[in-house]
Write a protein that binds this ligand. Structure first.
Ligand code: ZN
Length: 275
């Protein structure tokens, strides 16, 4: 089994301070959260940008600022920029703008899906355009799948050589209209992957830890962080992203699976030339 690649999704575009006082909102707070999560063992930092008052935005200048601040501290984590909608605020074209920064990785949401009161739109033409843009800028796609059908949608794009090998799937479980975070569903999702695909799982709320643990034991990888889950345990808020990462590091080592450094993750994902 490869070493465990931990992704920390440190802020997202939905949660804010009304839910938890520990949520990073400003650029300074997001950078601190990213650095602390990296120091705790995260090889990939998944970033969303926010304006200085904490409003989610897809403004590439905000992303450039985050990237600059994080890398200038000497952080060598793989930076994965969101191509999401900033909570429904960004147009399809605005969502692609951050790819011009040529991050090592960016999210690729492989289909449209309903949330509580809005629809996260990812029409087929947009997905094609995003895949071409990622190829153009040499960005690795984190193929986010909210349900089984999206895995097949990703496979169809891959058959047209729109993704670099190895494919990297992120199973997003427990969204309101997506696949629930249940062990049987995770087994099913893994079974629908194409050969040689690499996979990771994130799950919302209380599904996060159990799905992370299953992935740890099944040879997958794990995404944690406040974007997906603000609790450390039932009735107890997580104090930081790093606290969630530290727990995964401890648990993984306890079951005999070491943690991938950023460079080891690059090797596993073939982001770096073979040495
Ligand atoms: Zn995200």
């Amino acid at each position: 089994m490869d070493k465990l690649i931990i992704t920390a999704a440190v802020t997202g575009s939905i949660t804010d301070r009304s839910k938890t006082p520990y949520h990073p909102m400003t650029a300074e707070e997001i950078v601190t959260a990213a650095i602390d999560a990296w120091r705790a063992g995260a090889a990939i930092i998944h970033l969303h940008a926010r304006t200085q008052d904490g409003t989610p935005t897809q403004d590439p200048a905000r992303y450039a600022d985050l990237v600059e601040r994080i890398t200038s501290i000497g952080c060598d984590a793989i930076l994965n920029l969101s191509t999401g909608s900033a909570g429904g605020r960004a147009s399809l074209e605005e969502r692609l703008a951050c790819l011009e920064l040529q991050p090592e990785m960016a999210s690729f949401d492989c289909g449209s899906i309903n949330f509580d009161t809005w629809t996260f739109m990812n029409p087929p033409v947009f997905l094609e355009q995003m895949a071409y843009r990622m190829q153009q800028f040499g960005v690795k796609a984190e193929i986010e799948c909210f349900d089984i059908g999206m895995i097949y949608a990703g496979r169809r794009l891959a058959e047209r050589d729109l993704f670099q090998e190895p494919l990297f799937f992120q199973f997003v479980m427990g969204t309101p209209a997506g696949i629930p975070a249940h062990p049987e569903h995770l087994v099913h999702m893994r079974a629908t992957l194409p050969p040689n695909a690499i996979w990771s799982v994130c799950a919302l709320g209380r599904g996060q830890l159990p799905m992370n643990l299953m992935a740890m034991l099944m040879g997958g990888h794990a995404r944690t962080g406040l974007e997906d889950n603000i609790k450390y345990a039932y009735g107890e808020l997580a104090k930081s992203n790093a606290q969630l990462v530290e727990r995964l590091v401890r648990l993984s080592r306890e079951v005999g699976r070491e943690i991938a450094s950023p460079d080891e993750a690059r090797h596993i994902l073939r982001l770096a030339p073979e040495v």
